[in-house]
Ligand binder design. Structure first.
Ligand SMILES: CCCCCCCCCC/C=C/CC(=O)SCCNC(=O)CCNC(=O)[C@H](O)C(C)(C)COP(=O)(O)OP(=O)(O)OC[C@H]1O[C@@H](n2cnc3c(N)ncnc32)[C@H](O)[C@@H]1OP(=O)(O)O
Length: 295
């Protein structure tokens, strides 16, 4: 039997038929399909309910590098074209973390070519997620700063674990600036006034604070995050899909089109900005401060 997954009772897993096959990877019998387990993005498709669970799996903190973003993008594309898939839950396989955001090492002392490739991968992953026809829900079972917050905000619904975890767009604290499409998503989520404060301060919120400004939709104990997402999904799945998708698309189209129309310019701008001496200096100091935490 596979080791119990966080936030899920052993009984529940037994009921769902979790087994460990000869290859050593966790798979489910009968109604579940695992499309991709060897990489950094695990997809578990329940063909009975039409709900896919996509877990980021890059310990220790699920930082988003070029590989993770490319895998995430491909996984989302596959689910989008899978007619049996109706909904997607974005979660983490790493305890205590949803995602630490972009891998800072992709932005520090990197080449302009790598920076552009990295940024394109982020753009594509985000366009696939924010523009998805699927019902998308974020199960935030840990910290979710910066790019992690962007992924969560890009879902239709967010459930976060109570306790010490934090969420927010903290870019200014690193001496960098949240790109316009990060800002657009936050504006659509919490409104203008809260976004202005949040972005200028690089604010990281506790789950309760995030709930109070509408950055997340529900806060529950850690073990209740997945069951709460599953419960909420039942409501969403009852809505006629075509009407829901048209509504979602019309509300998100302007923001998606804004990036689509200037993808290359945005990627080039990112590479130029990130390679400025002053930005590299700030990032270097931030990396040192993360490392110092341990000593
Ligand atoms: C008009 C101008 C327009 C400009 C347009 C372009 C501008 C560019 C915008 C770029 C956008 C960037 C968005 C981002 O996502 S930046 C990333 C921001 N992320 C963070 O600030 C999170 C940093 N991490 C933490 O705070 C903590 O790690 C944590 C998430 C709270 C977890 O804490 P915990 O104690 O559990 O873990 P550790 O801190 O000990 O970390 C374990 C190891 O992981 C390394 N680490 C952590 N985060 C990252 C990361 N994001 N990237 C790479 N590596 C990371 C950490 O250093 C530890 O490594 P070690 O074991 O080797 O020491």
């Amino acid at each position: 039997m596979a080791a119990p997954m966080r936030g899920m009772s052993v009984l529940r897993q037994a009921f769902q038929g979790l087994v460990r096959p000869a290859g050593g990877q966790v798979c489910r019998q009968v109604q579940h399909r695992c499309y991709s387990t060897p990489g950094h993005v695990q997809v578990d498709m329940n063909s009975e309910t039409g709900v896919a669970t996509v877990r980021l799996n890059r310990p220790p903190v699920n930082s988003l590098n070029l590989d993770v973003l490319t895998e995430l993008s491909i996984a989302l594309e596959k689910l989008e074209t899978d007619k049996s898939c109706k909904a997607m839950v974005l979660a983490s396989a790493a305890p205590g973390i949803f995602s630490a955001g972009l891998d800072i090492l992709e932005m520090y002392q990197s080449t302009p070519e790598r920076c552009v490739a990295f940024w394109r991968a982020l753009q594509d992953a985000w366009l696939n997620l924010y523009g998805s026809r699927l019902i998308t829900m974020a199960a935030i079972e840990g910290h979710s700063p910066a790019g992690g917050c962007l992924l969560a905000m890009s879902c239709d619904y967010r459930v976060m674990a109570e306790g010490k975890f934090q969420i927010g767009l903290n870019e200014t604290k690193l001496g960098i600036v949240a790109p316009f499409w990060f800002t657009d998503v936050m504006l659509n989520t919490i409104g203008h006034r809260e976004t202005e404060k949040a972005l200028q301060l690089g604010a990281l919120y506790s789950a309760q604070q995030a709930l109070s400004i509408g950055l997340v939709d529900k806060v529950v104990p850690l073990a209740e995050v997945m069951p709460t997402v599953e419960g909420e999904l039942k409501n969403w799945l009852q809505i006629p899909a075509a009407a829901r998708v048209i509504t979602k698309t019309s509300m998100r189209k302007a923001v998606l089109d804004r990036l689509r129309s200037q993808k290359e310019k945005d990627a080039q701008f990112f590479a130029d900005f990130i390679n400025r001496d002053s930005v590299q200096k700030s990032l270097g100091m931030y990396i040192a401060s993360l490392q110092k935490k341990k000593n």
